[in-house]
Ligand binder design. Structure first.
Ligand SMILES: Cc1cc2nc3c(=O)[nH]c(=O)nc-3n(C[C@H](O)[C@H](O)[C@H](O)COP(=O)(O)O)c2cc1C
Length: 342
């Protein structure tokens, strides 16, 4: 089964093409530190045999957390607990990426400033109205992404994923529905992607050249006047033109900017991944209700995506890969210690 065969990105060898996508556990201490829970949670998915784990949204600044219990990497003391988790996963031959994030206007942290490209709220009933970022705020956030990437390198991560999806800060800059600025960071597609481009450049400068660097995108806002898959193709292609902002891969999701009518069904985002893979010529991860192994295999066999991510399925069942290997007659992929269980 191709899904369970190895795949390479930069110098990174994945033992199969199944990915655990980033999923916030909202279980860190108020200081943003990873806990024993995170250790058990990620290492058990490594024992379960996925090829790549992308660890949950990890804030580059305290005010960039979605909640008071998100992981953070804004100071050096936060490196060590993450380093332990990475080493724990590596012991099972699994590669680990970290998602670097800033929540922007979707932060619900107590007593911290809320800011966004423009002073437009996500949802007035539940979220505070953000202030529009000054140029100094923008420069500070860009720098913080780079510093967090340098810490992620020290922690031993194999890759970093820049979170540019789901209505968080970078997505807020990209979409005309949340960015009404008239300065160099708004008013045209080129200006709206400037923040993302500066973040990617800063991360590249602080990230080892032989490790992978990519971003996660919401291919569409699912809303009139919002981002479309064609816009996302263009945004990525523009990044790719400059080696300093080049991505090694794109992880394709959708939505999250505002409430939108989304009809989710198995594979509902795969067409977007396919369009971006074709339109940009870069490897992609497809995600979204893909827990049927036949469907996941079809996606990689037809070259619709290079890797397939299973989120909620892996929360329910850390052993999905081992069970799939058994069902497909590939018991040699099951660790010796567990074989009698199949
Ligand atoms: C509990 C939970 C937390 C999530 N946290 C994040 C996150 O930190 N970063 C992110 O980009 N997506 C996050 N997501 C979205 C998932 O990565 C994934 O795209 C989504 O669950 C759809 O895939 P699935 O149908 O296989 O679950 C989260 C989803 C869940 C269920």
């Amino acid at each position: 089964m191709l899904l369970l065969e190895p795949w390479e990105i930069e110098s990174i060898h994945l033992k199969n093409r199944v990915v655990m996508p980033p999923m916030c556990m909202y279980s860190a201490g108020q200081d943003g530190w990873a806990t024993d829970f995170h250790d058990q949670h990620y290492v058990s998915r490594a024992v379960g045999g996925v090829g790549l784990i992308i660890m949950e949204a990890t804030a580059v600044l305290p005010e960039g957390r979605i909640s008071d219990h998100d992981l953070g990497l804004w100071e050096d003391s936060q490196i060590e607990p993450l380093q332990k988790i990475v080493a724990g996963c590596h012991a099972y031959g699994v590669k680990v990426a970290l998602q670097l994030a800033h929540a922007g206007r979707k932060s619900t942290c107590a007593d911290l400033p809320k800011y966004a490209p423009s002073a437009i709220d996500f949802n007035p009933a539940e979220y505070a109205c953000p202030s529009a970022m000054t140029t100094a705020d923008i420069k500070k956030a860009v720098k913080a992404f780079g510093q967090a990437a340098a810490r992620a390198a020290q922690a031993g991560f194999d890759a970093v994923e820049i979170h540019a999806a789901h209505g968080y800060l970078i997505h807020e800059f990209l979409s005309p529905l949340s960015n009404t600025r008239t300065d160099a960071y708004g008013g045209s597609p080129e200006n709206r992607r400037r923040f993302l481009q500066e973040v990617v450049r800063e991360v590249r400068q602080n990230w080892p050249a032989d490790r992978a660097l990519w971003a996660r995108f919401s291919a569409t806002d699912w809303l009139e006047g919002g981002l479309t898959p064609a816009d996302t193709v263009e945004n990525i292609n523009q990044l790719q033109q400059d080696p300093s902002s080049r991505l090694d891969l794109a992880h394709i999701s959708s939505g999250g900017l505002l409430n939108a009518p989304i009809k989710a069904f198995p594979g509902y985002q795969v067409g977007f991944a396919e369009e971006i893979r074709r339109g940009c010529g870069i490897p992609v991860i497809a995600v979204g209700l893909l827990s049927d192994s036949g469907m996941a295999e079809e996606i990689v066999q037809h070259g619709r995506a290079d890797l397939v991510a299973l989120g909620r399925e892996l929360l329910r069942n850390p052993y999905w890969v081992l069970q799939t290997a058994h069902q497909r007659g590939a018991d040699e992929l099951i660790p010796e210690a567990y074989r009698r269980g199949f």
